[in-house]
Design a protein around this ligand. Structure first.
Ligand SMILES: CCCCC[C@H](S)C(=O)N[C@@H](Cc1ccccc1)C(=O)N[C@@H](C)C(=O)O
Ligand SMILES: [Zn+2]
Length: 313
């Protein structure tokens, strides 16, 4: 019995309607996208539910009439497709392994779970507690953040601690915002799912890391213990410094989002390694800009200046 691509509709976390790529199979519909280039080698985008438990991947979502009402699942599926498209069309990467690996997401992980993560195999999304977060798959910057962890794991392999870990987090935030591609002058993270009861706030700001308790300069670097309580040496705290460097770069007159993304992606995939420090990221992004645009290009000069302005290099 063969699969057939179908187009369904669904309601997202914020109440919006989206069209979804689904798979019709013996009368039912599966939340499975078989329309991407990855399908030529068997790759799919599949979305599961953990049904508020912690067993993964849980159950592949099905629907009788291709009208989908599980809002967290609708967005996890739709945004995974958008992230795949960005990596394929803008950066020439075919899924996180560059070999068309299936993108598997699970929603409704645990109860009141205020986080989302990549577990080495798949993306996992909590529903939040309704105060700190709403369902985290409801934001494209979150989904692209998690999928970028998979790319980082398969390329630079930046270890999740101290400066390499803060770089790991920062590349996920940078690609998260590039994929989301909003006209957001503040370059916020998580604005769509953070504190549903409060408008206009976010989890992090790349333009002003201090606004949400992050350093925006090396002289504010926080030496935290490499423990869970210490956020593994402050990977979500000190990421404010490389985040601010990227913000300074991408907002330099003459620099485009596409070119900034190509430079950061080339640094991540060609030059960085497991224990790279902030200075290595500075050197890698300058080298990437030089490779792509030339030694004395606007890009190469602006990258060096951007890192210098946060006290790196
Ligand atoms: C479970 C172990 C911790 C994994 C942390 C994951 S990678 C992570 O960084 N998640 C993001 C989610 C996110 C992304 C973009 C925007 C908003 C929220 C994150 O920042 N988590 C915060 C809450 C944290 O773990 O401190
Ligand atoms: Zn992360």
């Amino acid at each position: 019995v063969n699969h057939a691509a179908a187009t369904g509709t669904g309601t997202g976390v914020l109440g919006d309607t989206k069209t979804l790529n689904t798979d019709s199979y013996s009368g039912g519909y599966y939340l499975r996208d078989i329309t991407k280039p990855m399908y030529s080698t068997g790759g799919k985008i599949e979305t599961y539910t953990a049904n508020y438990g912690t067993a993964l991947p849980g159950t592949l979502l099905t629907d009788a009439d291709n009208v989908w009402t599980d809002r967290a699942a609708v967005d996890a599926h739709y945004y995974a497709g958008k992230t795949y498209d960005f990596y394929y069309n803008k950066l020439g990467r075919n899924s996180f392994d560059n070999r068309g690996a299936t993108l598997k997401s699970t929603v409704h992980y645990s109860r009141n779970y205020n986080n989302a993560f990549w577990n080495g195999t798949q993306m996992v999304y909590g529903d939040g507690d309704g105060s700190q977060f709403t369902s985290l798959s409801g934001a494209l910057d979150v989904v692209a953040h998690e999928i970028t962890h998979a790319v980082t794991e398969r390329t630079a392999g930046l270890v999740y601690e101290n400066q390499p870990g803060a770089l790991n987090e920062s590349f996920s935030d940078v690609l998260g915002n590039l994929v989301e591609n909003k006209n957001d002058p503040k370059w916020l993270l998580g604005e769509d799912v953070t504190t549903p009861g409060i408008a206009g706030d976010a989890l992090r700001s790349m333009s002003n890391p201090n606004e949400y308790g992050q350093p925006g300069h090396m002289n504010e670097y926080q030496n935290l213990p490499n423990t869970r309580e210490g956020d593994w040496g402050g990977v979500h705290i000190n990421s404010g410094i490389p985040n601010k460097a990227f913000y300074n770069f991408v907002t330099t007159p003459g620099i485009t989002k596409d070119n900034a993304g190509k430079i950061w992606y080339r640094a991540l995939t060609q030059y960085l390694t497991s224990y790279s420090q902030f200075i290595d990221a500075r050197n890698a992004t300058i080298q990437a800009a030089t490779d792509l645009f030339g030694a004395n290009s606007l890009e190469a000069t602006a990258v060096a200046n951007a890192w210098a302005s946060v006290g790196v290099g």
